[in-house]
Design a binder for this molecule. Structure first.
Ligand code: GRF
Length: 195
């Protein structure tokens, strides 16, 4: 099998599902920070180990993150993928493994947890999806892939986010596959896709 992938997610997990659905990607575990997160059931259905490191079960962030690092480390990943993981990770975490994130805007526009709402509130006509390597600064790492989407005049956060997710479900697994094939060459801020 190919490189070992651990997926971190907090919610429904439609992006995690898109990764689990790819037979060429070797997901060894899905880790959530919220008990009962939909993504845990998706992992179980796919026959992939699911783990919850409940933030609520730890007194503070460093203790929780140490437990998270322990859980991820035990699965010996070559790559960590954040697929709707809604907690900020310290530099200590993100320097440990190459980590990819999917974000619903054309970064560096609209970083943060409300990117879809922020883009609509700003009145942009075009937004999109970004897959990037994770660094300590939130949503700021080297960009692997981006795809633009038109904003429709009658879009709500829900309708726009739904169209974005359809793009994410293709862009994220494709970026992971490139990483697993050793085809992503990172030089500073720049990611070159090699042939
Ligand atoms: C996605 O839109 C992703 O870009 C953002 O969180 C959302 C997760 O959705 N970081 P899902 O749980 O994968 O359906």
């Amino acid at each position: 099998m190919g490189k070992r992938i651990v997926v971190l997610a907090s919610g429904a997990g439609s992006n995690a599902q898109a990764v689990l659905d790819r037979p060429d990607l070797n997901v060894v575990a899905v880790v959530a920070d919220v008990p009962g997160a939909g993504v845990l059931a998706r992992a179980e259905a796919a026959g992939v180990e699911s783990v919850c490191v409940d933030r609520g079960g730890y007194a503070d962030r460093p203790t929780w993150e140490a437990a998270l690092i322990g859980a991820v480390d035990a699965r010996r990943p070559d790559l960590v993928v954040l697929a709707g993981f809604m907690r900020i990770l310290s530099g200590d975490f993100v320097r440990r493994w190459p980590t990819l994130n999917v974000h619903p805007s054309l970064l560096p526009a609209f970083p943060g947890a409300h990117a879809v709402e922020d883009a609509l509130a700003h009145g942009v006509k075009v937004t999109g999806v970004t897959v990037h390597f994770v660094v300590e600064e939130v949503d700021a790492g080297p960009i692997v892939a981006q795809e633009a989407l038109d904003v429709h005049p009658d879009d709500t956060p829900e309708t726009l986010h739904e169209r974005m997710k359809a793009v994410e479900h293709r862009l994220l697994p494709d970026a992971i596959a490139l990483f697993c094939a050793d085809r992503l060459l990172v030089t500073g801020r720049h990611v070159r896709i090699t042939t």
